[in-house]
Unconditional design. Structure first.
Length: 97
């Protein structure tokens, strides 16, 4: 039974990562389509006027970048990281008690 659990944990993490990646691609697609639509509206209504779509493109773009960081570049939390944090919190609690 322990072997099944040891094999299941990495599999669950892989499934979670695949879901995060697919969610990101969906987010990126919606971002691109919606903002392209805003640019088309701008181009039809006032192509020589102020480029107002830059605001939603920029603000939402920050969210897309943060989502990409979370999916592709965020460091993986290891068991060692968890144990280090537990130890740090225990030391803090004992220092205050």
């Amino acid at each position: 039974m322990a072997t099944d659990t040891r094999e299941q944990v990495p599999r669950d993490k892989a499934v979670q990562q695949i879901k995060k990646r697919r969610d990101f691609y969906g987010h990126l697609l919606i971002y691109t389509l919606f903002n392209a639509f805003l640019v088309v509206i701008w181009a039809i209504t006032d192509p020589h006027g102020f480029f107002w779509p830059m605001f939603p493109i920029g603000v939402w773009g920050i969210g897309v970048v943060m989502n990409a960081w979370d999916v592709f570049w965020r460091p993986v939390i290891t068991e060692e990281d968890i144990q280090h944090e537990v130890k740090r919190q225990q030391e803090r609690e004992h220092g205050q008690g």
